[in-house]
Design a protein around this ligand. Structure first.
Ligand SMILES: NC(=O)c1ccc[n+]([C@@H]2O[C@H](COP(=O)([O-])OP(=O)(O)OC[C@H]3O[C@@H](n4cnc5c(N)ncnc54)[C@H](OP(=O)(O)O)[C@@H]3O)[C@@H](O)[C@H]2O)c1
Length: 242
């Protein structure tokens, strides 16, 4: 049996990273291009995507995960251009308003963040499944967070338990369950969730470890099936609890 992600011809993998004009997404793209793969850098803003693609050596593609037509157009472009996709990295994410008091959170706060983090993930997976199914050993990496772990959220020794986060944390818990469910029904696709760990990006207001370290779990999950098998939830140190 061919190991996942090791194409018999030994050719570079075709990889799509969403939300990649900055932050963890852009650094993931940079490292994957440096590793010799053909990477589509997806961004909702064409100009910012083009700049980031120029900086990283990737191919830019416009993709807003909240728009069916945008996601479908991106899938059609890659279908026409390449005809398959080896690795889909669902990285685009939004924290929502982190200053919002828990009691003030309402349905529209949830809808906005879920539209990107949760519905966006399913929207992109749905649109790209036909292209993934054309690959020899396809992989879906869902960029979750340790904030999505119910085990850590209820463990007072963990920092994840100390941040109130009805909106963002629950959206990442939903991504975890989405990962488990797709992994169960798609035996030919490796589907997994990763936690980058607190990393200094715009999303955290610059708080956390250097961005090169934040992408370790993402890049490893994309390229190393043994380190991140289907249905797994890992960070840079290995498996973490759901
Ligand atoms: N940094 C951390 O500590 C940390 C920890 C755990 C998990 N994560 C996760 O890692 C991922 C990347 O986060 P980050 O820290 O790199 O944050 P970031 O710097 O804020 O980057 C987020 C990216 O997502 C894009 N995005 C947002 N909405 C989008 C949409 N509708 N369509 C397409 N792209 C969209 C943003 O594009 P624009 O520039 O156009 O807004 C940006 O490129 C997220 O899923 C986040 O939840 C981060």
């Amino acid at each position: 049996m061919t190991p996942l992600n090791q194409h018999p011809a030994g050719r570079p993998l075709v990889i799509l990273v969403t939300g990649a004009n900055k932050g963890l997404g852009r650094e993931t793209v940079r490292q994957l291009v440096a590793a010799g793969h053909r990477v589509f850098l997806a961004a909702r803003d064409e100009q910012r995507g083009r700049v980031a693609a120029g900086e990283t050596g990737a191919q830019p593609i416009v993709l807003d995960v909240t728009s069916d037509s945008s996601v479908d157009a991106a899938a059609q472009l890659i279908a026409h251009d390449v005809g398959h996709l080896d690795v889909l990295i669902n990285n685009a994410g939004s924290t929502g308003d982190l200053t919002r008091e828990t009691a003030d959170v309402d349905g529209s706060d949830m809808l906005a963040v879920y539209d990107t983090n949760v519905f966006g993930t399913v929207r992109v997976i749905h649109a790209f499944l036909p292209l993934l199914s054309m690959a020899a050993a396809p992989t879906i990496v869902n960029v979750s967070s340790g904030m999505g772990s119910l085990t850590w959220a209820t463990d007072p020794t963990k920092v994840e338990a100390s941040w109130p986060s009805v909106v963002y944390a629950s959206s990442k818990t939903a991504i975890n369950m989405i990962t488990v469910q797709y992994a169960k029904v798609l035996p030919n696709i490796r589907v997994l969730a990763v936690d980058p760990g607190l990393t200094a990006t715009d999303g955290t207001g610059g708080m956390g470890k250097p961005i090169e370290e934040g992408v370790v779990a993402i890049v490893r999950a994309a390229l190393d099936p043994a380190a991140a098998p289907t249905g797994s939830y890992t960070n840079a140190d290995g498996p973490i609890p759901w």
